[in-house]
Design a protein around this ligand. Structure first.
Ligand code: ADP
Ligand code: MG
Length: 681
């Protein structure tokens, strides 16, 4: 494939054409101005010819070399011919200096005779302008067909040119020319005139051809028009002057030398220009490569996040499905255990306590899985961090070994946050246990809560757990928060800790930042928006107390649950607490019972139930038909609990404590009685 070369492929513009014309003008004007005095004889300085030959020779050989070095790989034919023209001209110029009598040596020439130089000069000029025309016309032909071909090869052309040069020299040097052709003879004069005329004619044709096609040709070709014009003008001046050492003779050499030097300068200038262009292009390419790399990184990150989201979704679906059934089982156990606790003799109480703890752990596991994926129903409350955090210091310190010191750093007036307290506690426990694991040989863990300075954004409270542990390697840092990502041995890590922390922050409108220096420690911060005021409905936190005597003893409570086990356990608990209970297994059945005249004092209903109608729909229907009837909804799902709460229903998050149900029922019956009493009979 051909890669473009600015020097060969960049077309000449109008501006460039003007520049060339402007540069040619002084040469042509000088030639014109000198023509009236061209024949004036001046002192003979043969060294001028030596100097002329050397300057032109070296300049044209260098030009040939530069031309040969550009566009390697896809050299168009015209460029090869141009290179040969310059190679020929350069070699002939040097031979001219070597053969001109008195040019290099005080007397005579280095090579050849007086005849040699005369013949050589004319051959040189005719040959050069002829090759120039050949190259120019090839260029015009190639460019008018579109891009120039890449069929040119120097491998044949250069040796052929050198052979041609040698033949021209040999002919001039060794040919036994008859006297007719000797310098001063008529034949020679004729040759000089015809050669001179041909040079002028060829140069003129070249100039015209190139100039006419300058818009299609490359800049380099257009420069040829200038060279040809200057060479032609120089020759015309020489021809007008005629004799050696005339003003025209000197001026012609000066013009040709200047023209040849100018081509070299132009070529160097163009080469530097294309080098600059190349550099700019390389720099741009570098920038683009960088941008591309950044884009690749961005995409990789997005892809990782997508995979993470998919994993979360899959885990969530699994967890959601399992948790529903699991919560029902746990609910039964919890309620039955509570009954057992109330009835069992004192010596059995320790066993019950252990069972209750175990059920609690199982519940935490389920809720952990659910909260990771945003499916656990959160119970946000307004926590006064200044008092909340010190209260939980004991739980946090229970987690660490003796060689780990734990410090709590909190200002009592730090402020409040609106968050699920249990989840926040779980998050801090996760962070502290990570800190502990990061310090196998002990150290200090600081748990702090600070108000974020207002300059850093909205009012927020930043919980930070920092350790002096081994830190986190950058490649691990990228993956933190991915569920199930752990660097710990099997059995030691689940890879769910930071995922829970992230999920909590996300669901509470906050964020997580992790700063770590390998070998120096880690600080993980949870930033939570600051709450303005204390929540009016903040539940009293504390250990579940003993069951208090039920309000409305003997009152009929309707329990709606499609899981018969849960329904029976709930019923047993409430009966034990002194209520009368009626069990139904679907929302429709509940409505039918009401329609048939059953009059419960309150309804406790599951939310997610089969049978085409869920607990929320049932509660709505009851609110319409029996506005005085309190409904308590129970659910393990976040979405449904949020919705039910939004509609103003009392919601218990499953699995709930027996005491929570009793308390909710008491509150509902009290409210109901007030409402009932307020109604006129
Ligand atoms: P687990 O603790 O079960 O491995 P986490 O989600 O809590 O899962 O943590 C994930 C990983 O993050 C850990 O395995 C550990 O490599 C790294 N990590 C978390 N916290 C720290 C910490 N404080 N210091 C060093 N590495 C940590
Ligand atoms: Mg952990």
């Amino acid at each position: 494939m051909n890669s473009p070369d600015p020097l060969v492929d960049e077309p000449s513009s109008t501006r460039h054409g003007l520049k060339v014309a402007l540069l040619a003008t002084p040469f042509l004007l000088a030639a014109l101005a000198l023509s009236p005095i061209a024949s004036r004889a001046l002192p003979a300085v043969p060294q001028v010819s030596g100097l002329f030959g050397l300057v032109v020779g070296s300049s044209e050989l260098l030009t040939a070399f530069l031309l040969a070095s550009i566009a390697a790989g896809h050299r168009p034919r015209w460029l090869v011919r141009l290179t040969c023209a310059y190679l020929f001209s350069g070699a002939m110029a040097l031979l001219h200096a070597l053969t001109f009598p008195g040019a290099m040596l005080p007397a005579g020439s280095v090579l050849g005779t007086t005849e040699t130089v005369a013949w050589l000069y004319v051959t040189w000029q005719v040959g050069f302008s002829g090759l120039l025309l050949l190259s120019a016309s090839t260029a015009v032909r190639e460019y008018s067909r579109g891009m120039p071909s890449s069929g040119g090869s120097l491998r044949v052309a250069v040796p052929a040119t050198l052979v041609g040069t040698f033949v021209a020299f040999a002919a001039a040097r060794w040919m036994p020319w008859p006297a007719y052709f000797a310098p001063g003879g008529t034949g020679f004069g004729l040759w000089a005139k015809v050669g001179g005329g041909a040079t002028i004619a060829l140069s003129l044709v070249t100039t015209v051809v190139v100039w006419r096609h300058r818009r299609i040709c490359s800049r380099l070709v257009v420069w040829l028009a200038l060279v040809a014009a200057v060479t032609g003008a120089g020759f015309a001046l020489g021809l007008v002057g005629g004799a050696r050492y005339s003003a025209g003779w000197y001026a012609s050499r000066a013009l040709v030398a200047a023209g040849s030097a100018m081509v070299l300068i132009v070529l160097l200038h163009e080469l530097l220009r294309s080098r600059r262009a190349l550099r700019t292009a390389a720099a741009r390419l570098g920038e683009q490569a960088q941008a591309l790399q950044a884009e690749v990184h961005r995409r990789e990150r997005a892809e990782r996040m997508f995979v993470q989201a998919q994993k979360l979704e899959a885990v969530g679906q699994l967890a959601g499905g399992v948790a529903h059934d699991f919560n029902n089982l746990l609910q039964v156990m919890r309620l039955r255990l509570e009954l057992l606790r109330r009835q069992a003799p004192p010596e059995s109480q320790p066993h019950v306590a252990i069972l209750r703890d175990t059920v609690g752990r199982a519940e935490r596991l389920t809720s952990h899985l659910l909260s990771l994926t945003g499916r656990r129903s959160l119970t946000p409350e307004v926590l006064d961090v200044g008092t909340w955090l010190p209260r939980h210091a004991k739980v946090l310190s229970a987690l660490v070994r003796d060689d780990v010191r734990i410090e709590i750093d909190v200002d009592p007036d730090v402020g409040r946050v609106h968050v699920d307290g249990g989840e926040l506690e779980a998050a801090l426990l996760n962070l502290v246990s990570n800190a502990r694991d990061a310090m196998p040989s002990g150290g200090r863990v600081v748990v702090s809560a600070k108000a974020r300075p207002p300059s850093d954004g909205d009012a927020a409270i930043v919980f930070t757990v920092s350790d002096e542990g081994e830190g986190i390697e950058p490649e691990v840092l990228d993956r933190l928060g991915e569920p199930f990502f752990t660097t710990k041995e099997p059995g030691k890590g689940t890879g769910l800790g930071l995922a829970q922390v992230h999920a909590l922050a996300r669901r509470s409108g906050g964020s997580v930042t992790i700063e770590s220096r390998p070998g120096a420690g880690t600080a993980v911060s949870i930033v939570l928006p600051r709450a303005r005021a204390a929540s009016p409905d903040a539940p009293a936190s504390g250990t579940p107390g003993r069951a208090e005597p039920a309000a409305g003893r003997g009152a009929l409570i309707m329990i709606v649950d499609d899981n018969a086990e849960v329904g029976r356990a709930t019923g047993a608990l409430l009966e034990q607490a002194g209520y009368t209970v009626t069990l139904v297994e679907s929302a429709r059945e509940a409505l039918e019972r009401l329609a048939a005249g059953t009059r419960p004092r309150a309804v406790v209903s599951d939310v997610v139930m089969g049978g085409g109608m869920d607990g929320i729909a049932l509660a709505r229907r009851m609110r319409e038909r029996h506005p005085e009837l309190p409904v308590i909804l129970c659910t393990g799902y976040s979405a449904s609990s949020d919705q039910a709460r939004d509609e103003g229903f009392t919601v218990l998050a499953k699995p709930y404590e027996a005491q929570s149900l009793e308390a909710a029922l008491r509150a509902a019956l009290d409210g109901g009685r007030v409402a009932a009493e307020a109604q006129p009979h």
